[in-house]
Design a protein around this ligand. Structure first.
Ligand code: ADP
Ligand code: MG
Length: 703
């Protein structure tokens, strides 16, 4: 149960004045919380933090206001000059006013006369703030940002926070909504350690919010400033405490020792057309040891693209089946689930494993049969998507859950699958080489196995950059490559409706290349039907088509080992992590591969740097680090666009030093007070709610 003290903040934003259903939806777009399918609440507004401020403290007087400057003026209104009735609509409404230094014309287009009469009564003194412009030597202010009677000048934000906006949402409306949320903030006990606060000169939670939302100085809203750092630390601590709770809970549901006699594993190994790499063997050793241990496994298998995680997962699942249980492999997309199935199926057959797939697409009898097989234990291994999390899915005896490309799933989903079996062991696979700091934030204290080398015989991928102007030349070479029997991926970025520059979409590119490549060209994108996608992937894999035009649906995990060329169109529009993932689709066999990054000029600084990083290295860890540096603000883990992935206010490029502290703090807190029963524990529960980590609170015994 949520403590009632928080009730005022846990109301839908639409219950705030000035926020109707329409504005509510707009505000939800700027709220940094990952809302999932819930509506935004007042509490979420607290963490909509300003990007910057407008400094209105400059009060030079009319005559000394420089062109283009933001100034605040105290003036007396002299006279109104409405545009001529039925005149030219472009003639503005003017209001003249003066101070000791001179006269200013306040200019309004499409003005409402009555409103201006009310705001700027003749003869009255008012405060106005806005950008000064000089026309023919006369000072003018077009649409002042603020107008207030002199006795209400206090309320004017002299250092005005500028919030992230979205089309259709006015700054004023958003500011007012945030103001109301702040007004609803109850008095809360301190959840941070006193000494730690003093050492970092942290203000209290409410003071930190007040300082950022009502800044007195631009420095108050700095990400490096103590107010923001305080909130960042709050969030990091909430994250670490909730991860620690999840982990403690998972451990508490102790697993059972899983050992096998090797009969299935041996058959699989014999069926593999290659030898495992030393690090695959090593990781498998670690996993088997975890499985054999009665304590529950919670392990991250981290390996760069192409390092061969799937086979490790398969052997682990085989072990689980030998031990008499079932295993599930979850992939983030349907394409990926089907591909896993296709990879695993021939091997599974040789080893006598009973295999099934479950995605949103399996319907009717087929689905019913799979569900029955899972519940009855006739299926050993199931491969699927989110569909596996659904309530209708029950297992006879799920003992191992493998989650591929974990960064696409949230904590919620991890918990959902955890609830499925009788405390199944968990193996989480991630392809994006995640820097240590992010592993910590996303996964807490998981055990980590790393695949450090690629399978033997892999050739380096030659990466080149090419301006769009040389497209014809490229197409010519691709024709030769296809004639030579090679396979090519050709990636086009998604087209967003709002984009002004019309990009060549996958469909357009397909249409333009089709006459040249004939029936050897295929197309796959996210809006195609499942069966069409399968067919496109299948015919590319089998070599019926040799050039596959695709969107980023093939970004993760897709495995066609004999594809040797990757063309990425508008490479400048992709992030580094994504480029690396995409490039990782080639270079999987023993033939030399290449990657062509097609870009459109002019290139911005960051884009230029990204492309050259891609040219310089294939090392996923280096790329991930560069990415974090370059992007700062960005989504390395595939979550939100702004800020650090998975976080509302914490910014790891500024607050990374706080992360380790938060982890240590969380450990200490829970070792002393595992159920958060102490006074500080109670305050920490509030913190968990504020940052939307309440799923962790529910794990506590005495809610
Ligand atoms: P990822 O780690 O990116 O998921 P995959 O599991 O898709 O990588 O493996 C990439 C490719 O490497 C696949 O074609 C797989 O069959 C192959 N592979 C995996 N392990 C080895 C190995 N030890 N030797 C040779 N090829 C391997
Ligand atoms: Mg994979």
């Amino acid at each position: 149960m949520r403590p009632t003290v928080l009730d005022p903040l846990f109301v839908p934003i639409t219950s705030l004045a000035g926020v109707g259903p329409k504005v509510g939806l707009l505000i939800e777009r700027v709220v940094p919380a990952d809302l999932g399918d819930r509506a935004a609440r007042a509490a979420d507004l607290l963490f909509v933090l300003p990007n910057t401020v407008i400094d209105r403290r400059n009060r030079p007087g009319i005559a000394l206001s420089a062109e283009g400057q933001i100034v605040t003026l105290e003036v007396r209104v002299d006279r109104h000059q409405p545009p001529p009735p039925r005149g030219n609509r472009s003639v503005p409404y003017r209001v003249y006013a003066h101070d000791d230094t001179g006269e200013v014309a306040l200019t309004f287009f499409h003005a409402h006369a009555a409103y201006l009469q009310k705001m700027l009564p003749e003869g009255e003194r008012v405060v106005i703030s806005g950008r000064m412009e000089w026309f023919n030597g006369r000072p003018t202010m077009v649409h002042p940002d603020h107008i207030a009677p002199i006795d209400e000048a206090e309320g004017l934000p002299l250092v005005e926070p500028v919030y992230p906006l979205t089309a259709g949402l006015s700054a004023k409306v958003l500011r007012r909504a945030i103001g109301q949320a702040l007004g609803r903030l109850p008095e809360l006990p301190e959840w941070q350690d006193d000494a730690f606060m003093r050492r970092h000169t942290f203000p209290s939670f409410s003071d930190a919010l007040a300082r950022i939302h009502y800044p007195k100085d631009p420095i108050d809203v700095a990400v490096e400033g103590s107010a923001w750092r305080r909130l960042g630390y709050d969030e990091l601590l909430a994250g670490q405490v909730s991860l620690a709770l999840v982990r403690a809970r998972i451990r508490r549901l102790s697993g059972r020792p899983l050992t096998g006699d090797g009969r299935i594993v041996e058959k699989l190994r014999a069926a593999l057309p290659y030898k495992l790499t030393p690090s695959q063997e090593f990781a498998l050793g670690e996993i088997n040891a975890d499985l054999a241990d009665p304590e529950r496994m919670l392990r991250l298998l981290q390996g760069d693209v192409g390092s061969g995680k799937t086979v490790v997962a398969l052997l682990a699942m085989a072990r689980a089946v030998e031990a008499g249980g079932q295993a599930a492999l979850m992939a983030p997309t349907e394409i990926l689930a089907r591909q896993h199935l296709a990879t695993i199926a021939p091997l599974a057959e040789k080893a006598g494993l009973r295999l099934a797939i479950l995605t949103g697409r399996e319907k009717g009898r087929e689905r019913a049969e799979t569900l029955a097989g899972l519940a009855g234990g006739e299926i050993d291994i199931v491969v699927g998507t989110h569909a596996l999390f659904q309530e209708s899915v029950t297992f006879h005896d799920l003992v191992l859950a493998v989650v591929d490309e974990q960064h696409r799933f949230g904590v919620h989903q991890r918990l959902a699958i955890t609830a499925k079996g009788d405390a199944p062991d968990m193996l989480v696979m991630t392809a994006t080489p995640i820097p240590r700091t992010l592993v910590l934030t996303a996964f807490g204290d998981m055990d980590v196995s790393k695949l450090t080398e690629k399978p033997a015989g892999r050739q380096p991928i030659r990466t080149v950059t090419l301006p769009m102007e040389r497209l014809d030349e490229l197409v010519g070479r691709m024709l030769d490559a296809v004639a030579d029997g090679q396979k090519i991926y050709w990636i086009c970025p998604l087209v967003e409706e709002s984009e002004e520059i019309k990009l060549m979409s996958a469909e357009d590119r397909f249409a333009s290349l089709k006459p040249l490549f004939g029936d050897r060209i295929g197309l796959v994108h996210g809006r195609m039907k499942g069966a069409e996608k399968d067919e496109a992937m299948r015919s590319f894999k089998q070599g019926e088509t040799r050039i596959l035009i695709a969107t980023t649906v093939i970004e993760v995990g897709v495995d066609v080992p004999d594809a040797t060329i990757m063309v990425i169109e508008h490479a400048e529009r992709f992030g580094l992590a994504q480029l690396h993932q995409l490039r990782g689709r080639v270079g999987r066999g023993d033939k030399p591969s290449s990657c062509v990054l097609l870009y459109k000029e002019p290139l911005g600084e960051t884009a230029k740097r990204r492309l050259s990083v891609m040219r310089e290295t294939e090392d996923g860890f280096k790329i991930a680090e560069e990415d974090l540096k370059l992007r700062g603000e960005g989504e390395l883990l595939g979550t939100r666009q702004s800020g650090t992935p998975g976080f509302q206010v914490a910014r790891l490029e500024f607050h990374a030093d706080l992360l380790e502290a938060a982890r240590d703090d969380a450990r200490l807190i829970l070792s002393r007070d595992p159920e958060l029963q102490s006074e500080r524990g109670g305050a920490l529960r509030l913190l968990l709610y504020l940052f939307g980590r309440d799923e962790a609170v529910r794990l506590l015994r005495a809610g």
